[in-house]
Ligand binder design. Structure first.
Ligand SMILES: [Zn+2]
Length: 318
């Protein structure tokens, strides 16, 4: 789930993504390897028009079946397909087994009216939603197409789409992970997205800092956050219940905490990466963080980010 918020991103960098593909298996073996591709520029959009389905226009992209009950201009369509396809490509290339979509061609559905969006399963008050039970991403047309980025920085709506597409592409592994990690990974890719399906992982700490400050405190290094112990053991259902009890303007704090925790695991050395691999390979879901360890992790994250321009301010536990 994503909520409209403001967001800013650093500049765009270009380099060859494909040429690095072969290097990653080697990098994984290295103890302190930087596992990510540095940059990704999407190839031209793929859009193959299909037979309309119950009045909905349908296209096949590289990875997805995109359908809409509203007309889409060629440029809009190309951009949506590029954001979706490049998100899938980057996730599939990530050196952890995160890519596990529900179908060979998973669905992304656009609804012109908010009412129809909610009827299809979209969570009330959101602009985009991954509906796990049906394995589909739902997007609100009035936000994504007609009113895209009105009053928001460029490509803000695309970052939300990237977040939801990550959920969709992780469909078969989401249930193995605590929800903070599911949300944190989705937000992590959203941070690295530069717009139009371009990705940069070359300075992820800087991307995270800019992402969090633009969303939570543009003029202040202080970042308000949820206590780790409070979200450590929530499953998907409990997470949704939890965030809907938070005032709309403070809701992103839960996602910010999840993002920083995901970063703590993805960039915290081999031992933490190994913990993630074990969780992803396990049959049953496991809690990675015991609530009792929350304060220690908060301390460690605060120390790390202090020297990188963020002052983490964890709310007191209720
Ligand atoms: Zn989400």
């Amino acid at each position: 789930m994503s909520f409209p918020r403001t967001i800013r991103h650093p500049g765009i960098r270009h380099s060859s993504f494909r040429s690095r593909l072969l290097l990653w298996p080697l990098l994984i073996l290295g103890a302190a390897a930087e596992p990510l591709p540095k940059d990704f520029t999407p190839p031209p959009a793929v859009l193959e028009a299909q037979v309309a389905d119950e009045g909905r226009k349908v296209w096949n992209t590289r990875f997805f079946r995109l359908d809409s009950d509203m007309p889409l201009r060629a440029a809009e369509l190309a951009r949506l397909s590029q954001v979706a396809d490049s998100t899938a490509t980057v996730l599939r290339s990530y050196p952890l087994p995160l890519f596990a979509p529900p179908a060979q061609r998973s669905r992304i559905s656009i609804y012109k009216e908010g009412e129809d969006y909610v009827k299809a399963g979209g969570f009330h008050g959101t602009a985009g939603f991954y509906f796990a039970r049906r394995g589909v991403v739902l997007l609100r047309g009035d936000f994504f197409v007609e009113g895209a980025d009105k009053g928001m920085p460029p490509h803000y709506h695309e970052d939300i789409m990237a977040h939801e597409v990550v959920h969709l592409c992780m469909h078969k592994v989401n249930r193995k992970l605590p929800q903070w990690l599911v949300e944190g990974i989705a937000e992590y890719f959203s941070c690295a997205h530069l717009g139009g399906g371009r990705y940069s992982f070359s300075d992820i700490d800087n991307s995270l800092r800019n992402h969090l400050r633009s969303r939570l405190s543009p003029k202040d290094p202080g970042i308000p956050l949820e206590p780790v112990a409070g979200i450590a053991t929530l499953d998907g259902h409990e997470w949704l219940e939890h965030v809907t009890t938070i005032a709309n303007e403070d809701r992103y704090q839960a996602y910010a905490t999840a993002l920083l925790l995901a970063h703590y695991y993805l960039h915290g050395g081999e031992e933490r990466l190994a913990t993630l691999r074990t969780a992803l390979a396990a049959e049953k879901p496991a809690d990675l963080i015991a609530p009792a360890d929350g304060p220690k992790i908060q301390q460690s994250m605060s120390k790390y980010w202090k020297s990188r321009g963020l002052t983490l301010e964890f709310n007191a536990e209720k």
